[in-house]
Design a protein around this ligand. Sequence first.
Ligand SMILES: NC(=O)c1ccc[n+]([C@@H]2O[C@H](COP(=O)([O-])OP(=O)(O)OC[C@H]3O[C@@H](n4cnc5c(N)ncnc54)[C@H](O)[C@@H]3O)[C@@H](O)[C@H]2O)c1
Length: 378
Amino acid sequence: MDNAAETLMVTMERARYPVLVEAQALTTLPEWLKNLGLRGTLWLVCDEAVAHPYGRPLVAMLRAAGFTVNFTTVPSGEASKSSAQLGLLYDWLISGGVERRDTILALGGGVIGDLAGFAAASVLRGIAVIQLPTTLLAMVDAAVGGKTGINHPLGKNLIGAFHQPQLVLADTATLATLAPRELRAGWAEVIKHGVISDASLFAELEALAVERGWNLAAPGGCWTPDDDDLTMRLTAIIRRAVAVKVGVVSRDEREQGERITLNYGHTIGHAVEALMGYGTLLHGEAVALGMHAAARLALAMKLCSADLVQRQQNVLGAYGLATTMPPELDPSAILALTLRDKKVQARRVRWVLPTAIGHVVIRDDVPEALVRDVLVSR
Ligand SMILES: NC(=O)c1ccc[n+]([C@@H]2O[C@H](COP(=O)([O-])OP(=O)(O)OC[C@H]3O[C@@H](n4cnc5c(N)ncnc54)[C@H](O)[C@@H]3O)[C@@H](O)[C@H]2O)c1
């Protein structure tokens, strides 16, 4: 590939795969498939919202390149991460004669990546999958790292498997059609990656915010497809954010250690998301609130400076993310839910707290009273 220099590599004990972040990356798929030796039937699982702009043109391109492609769409939204929808995919795959050498292509946001990824992990005891993320959140988070799965009526992501893709192609041109609110929620994860481990990524986000008058959340989101210069800058920023995830999952595939740092902002974020009622706040919006609270907690613990809290708040604001808790939320209820967070070990919450931009620590000795103070003082 001529853009090999820009290609990131996930390198794990049992898996190694390229991650390309590029405007028009989807057009390189046939060449990648040939290079990877994936010659079986392709099963394209596509979010119905992107079938017209990206799914059908992709099918046409792959067929023109000589591939056999089966195509199906899945209704948009979290409700599709269900056993019913998974069952429909199994029916489609098995009645269509899926074979072990075939490949599933997951085209859409995190919902499609998780659902189609889990179908690939389980059908015929596992076939290849390629992740083709079309939301910012899926590009910088869900598509890389191999977590796949569906929801159970009793909770999110309770059924699933680790199943690493053969390839991730993040085509940033697809972000031009993403709803501005979804785009903003994705920026929360990008900013998070800067805060947890890449100070120069954070500085670049800050510099762009300064250049744009601290407002990248203007109508149309901050993605203006006809502004090539901005598209290139944003694509480079997204690539750096993806590189953070690539690095973390390469070093810690199964969340034994460092991968936990990706949960920065999630302890309070998850609680807020649940208390507001799932679907009220987007995940990234809740994470932004959680990041601000976690930074203030770090300040109260004397782990970081007030300047860090302010810089993070400014950047979150510039990309259109709120940092003030919804007033209807009761701090005691948030506190109670953080104790049920999945990162609790022996009743102690494992907090991911920043010490400097680009560096976080994990602490399980944060006094409950301090968390309460931070939540009460908002
Ligand atoms: N596997 C992981 O490691 C991991 C990590 C984070 C999140 N997730 C999961 O990801 C899911 C959330 O992902 P998401 O935020 O991408 O949500 P999503 O997949 O629901 O997509 C958001 C919305 O954008 C639409 N859409 C997608 N791409 C578009 C495009 N290019 N243009 C126009 N519309 C488009 C979708 O139809 C949907 O309405 C959750 O289920 C979460 O659990 C998984």
